[in-house]
Design a protein around this ligand. Structure first.
Ligand code: G3H
Ligand code: 13P
Ligand code: ZN
Length: 328
C-alpha cells in the first residue's frame, strides 16, 4: 500500500526500528529493492532525486512505483522526493503522486551556498503548510553535510558547500533544531552529524567518534516526536569496492558510515537512513564483471539481472540490520 512518510516513521518510532530510503532512477533498481522488501517483509521508502525525475520522467517514475505497489500489495511503500531545492520542485512532486517531499533549504537555490537560517525556515514552512494541506509528509534539513575528518563541506556532487567549514558549521545545533521543527512543522529532520554524500566519505576506517552521535542524542532529547534522518549513510562495503576494482574499476580505497553507527542512531531517534552510493556500486560492480567475464554478451538483461541480484542482497541486509525486516 502507498503510505506517507509520517505513517511509516510513526510505526518505526513506536517499534524502535529504522527504515532505509533507497534512491531509484529506473525499473531495475525499483524491482530489486521491492524484491528485498518482499523477501524480508519490510516497509520501504523509495526516493527519487531531481536528477532521477529528469532521467526517468515524472510519469514513468510514478507509474512504476504504482505498479510496484500493485505487485507487492502487502508492502507499505512511501514515495519520497529526495533533496527538493525549492517549493515548486516539491509541489510538482506532490502533483505527480509523491507521498512525501524533502525541502532542502540548508542550501540556497544554487545547491552550493549554505543558506541562512531565515531562508531555510521560510521555504520549509511554506512547503510544510502546502504539503500537509493535501496529506503529504515533509522532511527538512538543518546544518551542512560534510566530513568532520577533513572539515570539508561536500561539493563534488553538486550538493555541497564550498571551502573548509568549522566543526560548528558541520553539525546541526540542537537548540536551533528545536526552534526549526517547532516553527516549520516538518515531520522529519535531516541532521548534519559528519556524514556526506558519495563514495569518498572518510580516508581511513572510522572510529567510534567519526560521527557526532552526541548531536543525534541531544536533538532527540529535545524533539522526541520528530523523526531524524541520516543522509550520506552508505557504508561503502569493502567487498563491493573489491568487486568493482577486480573487474577494471578504479575506485580509490575509501570508508563509509559503519552500520554499527547507524544502529546507534536508530536507538536515539534516527528513523530514515538514506542510501544511494552502496546501491550504485553494487550494480556497477556486476556490470563490470559481466563485461569482463563475458565479452560477447550484448543482451542488456544479462547485465541487469546480476546487478539486480546484488542490489536485492544489499537491501535485504540493510532491512535486517536496521530492524525493518518483519515490520511490513
Ligand atoms: O543525495 C543524492 C542522491 O544520491 C541522488 O543523487 O542527484 O545524482 O540523483 P543524484
Ligand atoms: P550516500 O551517497 O551515502 O548513499 O547518501 C545518499 C543520500 O543521502 C541521498 O539523499
Ligand atoms: Zn542526501
Amino acid at each position: 500500500a502507498f503510505v506517507t512518510l509520517r505513517q511509516l516513521l510513526d510505526h518505526a518510532a513506536e517499534q524502535g526500528y529504522g527504515v532505509p530510503a533507497f534512491n531509484i532512477n529506473n525499473m531495475e533498481q525499483l524491482r530489486a529493492i521491492m524484491e528485498a522488501a518482499a523477501k524480508t517483509s519490510s516497509p520501504v521508502i523509495i526516493q527519487a532525486s531531481r536528477g532521477a525525475r529528469a532521467y526517468a520522467g515524472d510519469l514513468m517514475l510514478t507509474a512504476m512505483v504504482q505498479a510496484a505497489v500493485a505487485t507487492w500489495p502487502e508492502i507499505p511503500v512511501c514515495l519520497h522526493l529526495d533533496h527538493g531545492d525549492r517549493p515548486a520542485t516539491c509541489l510538482s512532486a506532490i502533483q505527480h503522486g509523491f507521498t512525501s517531499v524533502m525541502m532542502d533549504g540548508s542550501l540556497r537555490e544554487d545547491g552550493k551556498t549554505p543558506a541562512d537560517y531565515d531562508y531555510n525556515l521560510a521555504v520549509t514552512a511554506k512547503v510544510a503548510e502546502m504539503a500537509h494541506g493535501v496529506g503529504v509528509s515533509v522532511e527538512g534539513e538543518l546544518g551542512c553535510l560534510g566530513s568532520l575528518e577533513s572539515g570539508q563541506g561536500e561539493k563534488e556532487d553538486g550538493h555541497g558547500a564550498e571551502g573548509v567549514l568549522s566543526r560548528d558549521q558541520l553539525l546541526t545545533d540542537p537548540a536551533q533544531a528545536q526552534d526549526f521543527v517547532t516553527r516549520t512543522g516538518v515531520d522529519a529532520l535531516a541532521v548534519a552529524i559528519g556524514t556526506s554524500h558519495g563514495a569518498y566519505k572518510f580516508t581511513r576506517a572510522p572510529t567510534g567518534d567519526t560521527l557526532a552521535m552526541e548531536v543525534v542524542r541531544a536533538i532527540h532529547a529535545r524533539l522526541p516526536n520528530t523523526h531524524l534522518v541520516m543522509h550520506g549513510s552508505s557504508s561503502v562495503p569493502q567487498e563491493l569496492q573489491d568487486v568493482f576494482n577486480e573487474f577494471g574499476g578504479q575506485m580509490a580505497q575509501t570508508w563509509g558510515v559503519p552500520v554499527a553507527e547507524i544502529q546507534e542512531g536508530i536507538r536515539h531517534g534516527v528513523r530514515k537512513i538514506n542510501i544511494d552510493t552502496d546501491c550504485r556500486i553494487a550494480m556497477a560492480g556486476q556490470f563490470r564483471r559481466v563485461a569482463t567475464e563475458k565479452p560477447g554478451e550484448f543482451d542488456p538483461r544479462n547485465f541487469m539481472k546480476p546487478a539486480m541480484a546484488a542490489l536485492t542482497a544489499l537491501c535485504a541486509r540493510r532491512f535486517e540490520e536496521f530492524g525493518t525486516a518483519g515490520q511490513a
